[in-house]
Design a protein around this ligand. Structure first.
Ligand SMILES: Cc1cc2nc3c(=O)[nH]c(=O)nc-3n(C[C@H](O)[C@H](O)[C@H](O)COP(=O)(O)O)c2cc1C
Length: 180
C-alpha cells in the first residue's frame, strides 16, 4: 500500500520536550508591522500569527534583543516589559489556537542606521568598517554607514542582552514564555 506524500508531513514530531502536531515549521518572516514608536508587538501581529497556528511550529520574525540591536524599520523588539507583554498577547493567541511559537532573537549590529536609533547614534559594529548594505528605514532604504567599533564592554553588553532574552524567553513557564 502506498503512502500519501503528505502523511509524513502531517504526522506529529517530538522536538525536545515539545510535541509538534505536524512537521510544518513556519520560517521567520519580517513583516514590519511594529511601526509604532516603541516597536511594540501589536494586535495585527497577534492576528497574523494566530491565523498560522495550524503549523507544527511558528518561528517569529527577527525580534530585537535591545534598542541598540535594531536595524530594520517596523521590526519588533522584546527588550522591555511593554514589548514583552506585546509578545505575550501574541503567544497567548497562538496557544489558544493550538499552536507553538519560538521567537527569533535578532541583533543587527552594523547592519543598521542612525535614523533607527532613539538617540540618533551611529550603530555599533565589531570593526569600524561599513558593511555596505541597504538598510530598511522609514520611507525606504538607505546605505549603511561606518559603525562605531565596539569596546569590550559593548560586546559584553550585547552578549548579556541576547543571553538574558534567551533565558527569559525560552525557559520560562508556559504561561509567560514566548515559545510555548
Ligand atoms: C519577506 C521576508 C522576510 C524574511 N524575514 C526573515 C527573518 O526575519 N529572519 C530570517 O531568519 N529569515 C527571514 N527571511 C528568510 C526566510 O525565512 C526564508 O526565505 C525562508 O526560510 C525560505 O528559505 P529560502 O528563501 O532559502 O527558500 C525572510 C524572507 C522573506 C521573503
Amino acid at each position: 500500500m502506498s503512502t500519501k506524500p503528505t502523511e509524513g508531513l502531517l504526522s506529529p514530531y517530538t522536538l525536545g520536550d515539545l510535541k509538534l502536531k505536524n512537521r510544518i515549521v513556519m520560517a521567520p518572516l519580517t513583516r514590519t508591522r511594529a511601526v509604532n514608536q516603541g516597536k511594540v508587538p501589536n494586535a495585527l501581529m497577534a492576528e497574523y500569527y494566530a491565523q498560522r497556528a495550524g503549523a507544527g511550529l511558528i518561528i517569529t520574525e527577527g525580534t530585537f534583543v535591545s534598542e541598540q540591536g535594531q536595524g530594520w524599520y517596523g521590526a519588533p523588539g522584546i527588550y522591555n516589559e511593554e514589548r514583552r507583554a506585546g509578545w505575550e498577547r501574541i503567544t497567548d493567541a497562538v496557544h489558544s489556537a493550538g499552536g507553538l511559537i519560538f521567537v527569533q532573537l535578532w541583533r543587527q549590529g552594523a547592519v543598521s542606521h542612525r535614523s533607527l536609533h532613539d538617540d540618533g547614534r551611529v550603530p555599533l559594529g565589531p570593526s569600524a568598517v561599513n558593511p555596505e548594505q541597504l538598510i530598511h528605514v522609514k520611507g525606504g532604504r538607505i546605505m549603511s554607514e561606518t559603525p562605531r567599533e565596539m569596546s569590550l564592554q559593548d560586546i559584553k553588553q550585547a552578549v548579556k542582552d541576547t543571553v538574558s532574552k534567551f533565558k527569559a524567553d525560552l525557559y520560562t513557564s508556559s504561561n509567560s514564555s514566548c515559545t510555548r
